[in-house]
Design a protein. Structure first.
Length: 127
């Protein structure tokens, strides 16, 4: 019988602190997710959401970031202490990388379509 997944409810401060640690701590995302007791997918989703809010100018005002050493090992009800905001250069770099990822995703999708067209023309069957 498959295990049922338990959904953890973590507060916004924990999410922001986790993203901060992911971006500045030098810890691989998989290791950080295991350490915090959350899925890698949740950690990545929080990171995207935080970057979008920060890029829109709302993130810094709504969610003060936490330093990696202030992040609790597991989700807790105590909010982390806020450090100084990210440097503008780091935010600009993240935005540039997100744009590049978006462009690469579009290219990948176009290549998938092209491969399918070529398969149909050659009479090959899909895998």
């Amino acid at each position: 019988m498959p295990k049922s997944k338990v959904r953890k409810n973590v507060d916004e401060n924990f999410k922001v602190a986790a993203v901060q640690r992911l971006q500045t701590g030098g810890v691989p995302a998989n290791d950080l997710a295991k350490e915090l007791g959350v899925s890698i997918w949740s950690l990545r989703r929080w990171s995207r959401q935080y970057r979008k809010r920060t890029a829109a100018g709302a993130g810094a005002a709504l969610d003060p970031p936490a330093t990696p050493e202030e992040l609790p090992a597991k989700p807790s009800s105590e909010p982390p202490v806020a450090p100084p905001a990210f440097e503008d250069g780091l935010i600009a770099t993240i935005e540039r990388i997100e744009l590049e990822i978006s462009a690469l995703d579009k290219q990948r999708e176009a290549l998938k379509i092209a491969v399918e067209i070529l398969r149909q023309r050659s009479g090959a069957t899909p895998d």
